[in-house]
Design a protein around this ligand. Structure first.
Ligand SMILES: Nc1ncnc2c1ncn2[C@@H]1O[C@H](COP(=O)(O)OP(=O)(O)OP(=O)(O)O)[C@@H](O)[C@H]1O
Ligand SMILES: [Mg+2]
Length: 645
């Protein structure tokens, strides 16, 4: 309805191009109200339902599943922009059915609104096919038995029936030149790599939910097609999860099967010591439908709170099964969200399901282990007469890893730190340097020039909480975050070496095999050149496996394979979210972060000295590649004031 106020004021929307006069035709200033034609209606709906190639693929896969297919083959060209083709061996359609299916609001899945209360199919809105037909060069061929098929083509919505195809029972839908008539939508598409990984993600979620269906996803980017996903249709959940996530990831997972208050939980979760830097591997389904839900992820967090370090995420592939009448699936056009009538019951069931699975595996750190770890941590920190430093959230007690708590706080300097008297007996050059209290050299302007000098005059005190390097300087107490500092050093070195003659590669004694999930494998494939520039000598070795022959020569400590895996996981997630580019800078920043020593890593005195020396030589010793400060100075005057000196 037109707003009468708008009509009175004589306000007009600009006319569409080609319409004379810059105002809607009609009598006087009154706007004309028209019924939109079906093509326009479908294109408007496309804005909600078909946002990107992955949403088109998802709709077609869901139709195939609803048609009872046991085999679904998906072919893509240029990440779905040039071609999306989905073939199934489902029940197929007759000519009448096909024509009806292409009409809006035509569905075989529900007949009345009440049916929504018990919907067990993926689709029910009756709008996917006409919508897809309106934004692509669309072709559907279908048959209800082996033999001649009905063929329907629609270029931007104009439907034409023909025949000529012969094939088995089932349906094949192909869409060429997606969004060819919606240029605005084309502009919003991200890179092919990003769109492709969104498709792989969408298909993977359905593939895992349906172990009884064999999925194949092939992609061609101009050249020959490669397989981006394949499941065997074995019928076994764990096998299917392994086919999608990769062998290494799934090997460590624990089975979940729990029933509580009308909610059944099945699937797999990781034990507490297996976690990832991102939530990339937390997948959820409700009654077989892939969903995204902050509440359910919060339930995972809650279950693992006591076991997993902060900012590490357990892996979870969890299916929630409950009475469909208690779940509203019609919340968004893409159906990726659901509402539970009783959310807290589902939340509680999920927390207990996970806790029980982990407890049953015997992988919870027991009271004894936690006690030993706490003791070790206390020894390592050293309880000074002035009282012990506060408990650190990353304290090893939380993870039952007593070995890592044996921090070698050796040497005179550290003794000096442990005895408060010795620390303050040291002659400080003292005096105010004009710096704000506890100023962070990374963050504050005006002090940046001071830092290299500070570091040159730095005298090591020791390591604190296995995380910070403490030193004295004429200006006060210097606290360096060991991880951030090392990360910055590695990052700058990668760039410097690249500028000289490339990052030197340290060959591994024997090449190691890295098995990845499909999504991360794809990222690896696409970034072989960038990885090589960062010093990783990696070559494809089967669809989801890679041979790692060499690592950057600046390598220190951690297993090269787990670092490489973390880098690729984070790149995959960052790209899917659109917050990481494809540039060398992102790969270098990620590699530096993952290779660097971590908070909680004990460092020997020589290592700390070397780290500070290196830091002092950097072009930019102020920020880590992610923008965090590296060094904090607590001015002597501030400490003196606290002691009322
Ligand atoms: N691959 C297929 N095999 C057999 N029948 C199909 C196939 N795809 C679609 N259909 C039929 O066409 C109808 C319309 O499909 P469409 O995807 O437009 O709507 P829907 O699946 O019913 O609902 P939604 O819009 O929520 O997906 C379906 O209800 C189904 O009967
Ligand atoms: Mg559908």
């Amino acid at each position: 309805m037109a707003d009468p106020a708008v009509a009175r004021s004589g306000f007009h929307l600009p006319a569409p191009e080609g319409e004379a006069g810059g105002r809607p035709e009609g009598t006087g200033h009154l706007p004309v109200i028209r019924r939109l034609d079906s093509q326009t209606i479908n294109q408007i709906a496309a804005g909600e339902v078909v946002e990107r190639p992955a949403s088109a693929v998802k709709e077609l896969v869901e139709n195939a599943l609803d048609a009872g297919a046991t085999r679904i083959e998906i072919d893509l060209e240029r990440a779905g922009r040039a071609l999306i083709r989905v073939s199934d061996n489902g029940i197929g359609m007759t000519e009448d059915q096909v024509l009806l299916a292409l009409e809006r609001h035509a569905t075989s899945k529900i007949t009345r609104a009440e049916d929504l209360l018990a919907v067990s199919t993926m689709g029910f809105r009756g709008e996917a096919l006409p919508t897809l037909a309106s934004v692509s060069k669309f072709r559907l061929s279908s048959g209800v038995a082996h033999g001649a098929r009905v063929v329907v083509t629609a270029h931007g919505g104009q439907v034409q029936v023909s025949s000529g195809d012969v094939g088995p029972r089932g349906t094949t839908v192909s869409m060429e030149d997606l969004f060819f008539n919606v240029p605005a939508r084309l502009k919003f598409l991200r890179t092919d790599a990003t769109e492709l990984s969104a498709i792989v993600d969408a298909v993977s979620r359905h593939a895992i939910a349906r172990p009884d269906v064999a999925f194949t996803l092939r992609h061609a980017a101009g050249g020959p097609a490669h397989e981006a996903l394949r499941t065997s249709g074995s019928g076994d959940f764990a096998t299917t999860l392994q086919e999608v996530w990769g062998r290494d990831l799934t090997a460590a997972l624990l089975l979940v099967d729990h029933y509580q208050d009308g909610v059944r939980l099945t699937g797999m979760v990781s034990p507490p010591h297996v976690s990832r830097a991102t939530r990339t591997h937390q997948w959820l389904w409700v009654n077989g439908r892939p969903v995204r839900s902050k509440t359910l992820m919060a339930a995972i967090d809650q279950a693992f709170r006591a076991w997993t370090p902060e900012r590490r995420y357990p892996l979870a592939a969890l299916m929630i099964w409950t009475d469909p009448a208690g779940v509203d699936v019609n919340v968004s056009p893409t159906k990726s969200e659901v509402k539970f009538r009783d959310e807290s019951t589902v939340f509680r069931a999920m927390v207990s399901a996970i806790k029980r699975a982990v407890a049953a595996s015997g992988m919870v750190p027991g009271a004894e282990a936690v006690h030993l770890a706490n003791e070790a941590a206390r020894d390592a920190r050293g309880d000074s007469p002035a009282g012990s430093p506060p408990e650190m959230p990353w304290g090893p007690g939380a993870f039952g890893m007593s070995q890592r708590a044996q921090a070698p706080l050796g040497g005179e300097e550290s003794t000096a730190w442990l005895g408060a008297g010795t620390l303050f007996a040291r002659p400080f050059a003292g005096g105010s340097n004009g710096l704000a209290d506890g100023v962070s050299l990374g963050a504050a302007g005006g002090v940046t020039g001071v830092l290299p000098d500070l570091l040159h005059e730095f005298r090591l005190i020791g390591q604190w909480a296995a995380t910070f390097i403490l030193g004295d300087s004429p200006h006060g107490l210097i606290v360096i975050d060991q991880h951030v500092a090392h990360e910055r050093i590695l990052y700058e070195r990668l760039w410097a070496e690249r500028a000289r003659d490339g990052v030197p590669v340290q060959p591994l004694l024997s090449p190691e095999t890295l098995h990845l999930s499909r999504a991360s494998a794809l990222i690896a494939q696409q970034n072989l050149a960038e990885l090589a520039r960062a010093g990783f000598d990696v070559e494809p070795f089967g669809p989801e496996s890679f041979l790692v022959r060499g690592v950057p020569a600046i390598w220190r400590g951690r297993s090269p394979l787990s670092v490489l895996r973390d880098v690729l996981d984070e790149l995959a997630e960052g790209r899917a979210a659109g917050c990481l580019g494809t540039g060398t800078a992102d790969v270098f920043a990620m590699a530096a972060c993952k290779m660097a020593v971590k908070a909680g890593d004990p460092l020997a005195e020589a290592e700390m000295k070397k780290l500070v020396e290196d830091l002092a030589t950097l072009d930019n010793p102020f920020f880590c590649p992610h923008g965090r400060p590296i060094t904090i100075l607590i001015p002597t005057s501030d400490i003196a004031r606290r002691f009322k000196r």
